[in-house]
Write a protein that binds this ligand. Structure first.
Ligand code: ATP
Ligand code: MG
Length: 255
């Protein structure tokens, strides 16, 4: 197995809070790597460090062996590492298609077109982009919603729209921060299927998710964070039966 994205002793401090402490993990090529852990464990902070939104206090992040620790968010995106956010980011008065094209989650000083056009081996015109956006929307089952206002979509569909937005730039790796949080059980199943399909299409996935059943059903690897530290990692079955994990996380969440 080859490491796609790796961290080495990643630490992140906010004043007196250690959001991450010595986190070393490896997201392998073609894996669906779930990151689980209680609220405040550091999961989102980890994604922020992996995608250039936060600079770690110490430690390194590397992508295919190259150091990207200090790279900007736009730079990381241009490598084919795309993400969604825990808090939904939608332009309600724009159409679903326009939302996918907007890449709203990238920093204000970048724009999606230049990022995609700038991706090595990937040159696209604006018309191509339109087509890629439609393909992404169809992939997540929202082809027929393309011309609707995003604000009119039910919440679960908006979450899928965010997946489409992450998929448009032909990513190598997508990082999904609680894509199924707060959605109905029907939408949850649909999202779970879409995430499985992303993985089946050769895109590696890192997935933050609180629903342990969902994670255990689709993940190839699981890392458990608690208080900014990795307390367990491995195959889903092993992690699930790890007493530290049951104590720190599953025991609490299942009560
Ligand atoms: N920008 C910030 N400024 C100050 N503290 C922060 C910041 N971002 C995160 N933290 C702190 O870092 C710790 C980890 O937070 P983080 O959001 O990464 O947890 P999480 O595992 O994603 O939690 P949740 O499951 O609730 O989303 C928390 O104590 C949080 O308050
Ligand atoms: Mg979070």
């Amino acid at each position: 197995m080859t490491a796609l994205l790796e961290t080495h002793n990643l630490s992140l401090r906010f004043g007196g809070v250690n959001a991450l402490s010595d986190v070393s993990l490896s997201i392998e090529e073609n894996s669906l790597h779930a990151i689980i852990g209680p609220n405040g464990a550091g999961k989102t902070s980890l994604f922020n460090c992996l995608t250039g939104y936060y600079k770690p206090t110490s430690g390194t992040v590397s992508f295919r062996g190259a150091d990207i620790t200090r790279m900007s968010a736009a730079g990381v995106a241009s490598l084919g590492i795309r993400r969604t956010f825990q808090n939904i980011r939608v332009f309600p008065k724009m159409t679903v298609l326009e939302n996918v094209l907007a890449g709203a989650h990238l920093r204000a000083n970048s724009n999606l077109l230049s990022i995609i056009v700038g991706t090595p081996g990937f040159r696209a015109s604006e018309r191509d982009l339109h087509e890629y956006a439609m393909t992404s929307l169809e992939f997540v089952g929202l082809g027929e919603q393309a011309t609707k206002f995003a604000g009119d979509l039910p919440y679960g569909m908006r979450k899928r729209m965010e997946l489409a937005r992450a998929l448009i730039a032909d990513p190598k790796l997508v990082l999904l921060d609680e894509p199924a949080a707060g959605v109905s059980s029907v939408e949850r199943e649909e999202l779970s299927r879409v995430i499985g399909r992303i993985h089946d299409n050769g895109i590696s996935v890192a997935l933050i998710e609180h629903d342990v059943e969902l994670v255990m059903g689709i993940a190839t690897d699981v890392t458990v964070l608690d208080n900014g530290r990795i307390i367990a990692s491995g195959r889903p079955y092993d992690v699930r039966n790890n007493p530290d994990v049951i104590r720190a996380y599953m025991g609490r969440s299942r009560k």
